[in-house]
Design a binder for this molecule. Structure first.
Ligand code: SF4
Length: 260
């Protein structure tokens, strides 16, 4: 193993111990805000604390990523569900999501949250994930298959192992886990699609990724969503500090419609 990298699975599991606590019979998790948001045409959003990757283009505040112990507060699944429902009702939204960190940290918390939301149909739930834990455990993907109002969006960090390593600093095996997450979800019958951060990729690696996705299921390549880095001030500052330059990017106030 390349010792200059970190193990993405181990890092997610280590963070789980910091970000969760038993509250009665359920697992509470840390969140840092609840809000309405513009994506997907309007979505009730709960921003959770902490992520086991360290993407160099990440938009999330440093405190949330690197000081999870000192950030946010613990919320039980019923509390999170209630806040999401309340935002959705007040704004007339039909969708909810977790963002602002990695929502798959703590399977117990997430699945209990989904059970709470199950009673609030027709609210659809979009799980935006880096896929590391779903690639690591097919059982996790299997448990998600019981929720028919769930759609999983796996956000790939680059088009191949080398790009993943460069963009996250993690062991390149993490990219295979991201691909395996899609394989596990497809095999378990969970609605899902891949997205890819393409701002740092070559046309060749993008094409190769599509071929790789087709080998899992032809429709995955067809519904591959393209992400471009949005140059929020903290993102621009982070990338400039390490000399990372995107091939394509957009400004916060000028995000093209096809990206929203
Ligand atoms: S996976 Fe998402 S939240 Fe985690 S570091 Fe990367 S961009 Fe940020």
């Amino acid at each position: 193993m390349d010792l200059s990298t970190y193990d993405p699975v181990e890092r997610h599991l280590t963070l789980e111990r910091l970000l969760t606590k038993l509250d009665g019979e359920v697992v509470a998790r840390k969140y840092w805000r609840f809000r309405p948001d513009r994506w997907y045409g309007g979505v009730a959003t709960a921003d959770c604390v902490g992520c086991g990757l360290a993407c160099k283009f990440c938009w999330v505040k440093s405190d949330v990523l690197y000081n999870p112990a000192g950030t946010g507060s613990f919320h039980k699944p019923c509390d999170v569900a209630s806040k999401l429902k309340s935002i959705a009702i007040s704004k007339g939204y039909r969708q909810a999501r977790l963002s602002g960190g990695e929502p798959t940290i703590s399977k117990s918390h997430l699945t209990q949250l989904l059970r709470e939301l199950d009673s609030f149909q027709p609210l659809d739930f979009i799980l935006e994930t880096n896929g590391i834990l779903l690639g690591h455990s097919r059982e996790y993907a299997s448990e998600l298959s019981e929720f028919n109002f769930l759609h999983v969006r796996v956000s790939l960090k680059g088009c191949d192992e080398a790009e993943f390593r460069n963009l996250t600093g993690a062991s390149p095996i993490g990219f295979k886990l991201q691909i395996d997450a899609l394989r596990n979800l497809v095999d378990e019958g969970v609605s899902c699609h891949p997205a890819v951060m393409r701002s740092f990729s070559s046309p060749e690696s993008f094409q190769h990724l599509k071929e790789r996705l087709s080998e899992i299921a032809p429709e995955l390549a067809g519904c591959l969503e393209v992400e471009e880095v949005i140059m929020y001030p903290r993102v621009a500052e982070r990338m400039s500090r390490i000399g990372l330059k995107p091939k394509v990017s957009c400004r916060p106030g000028k995000v093209p419609k096809y990206l929203v």
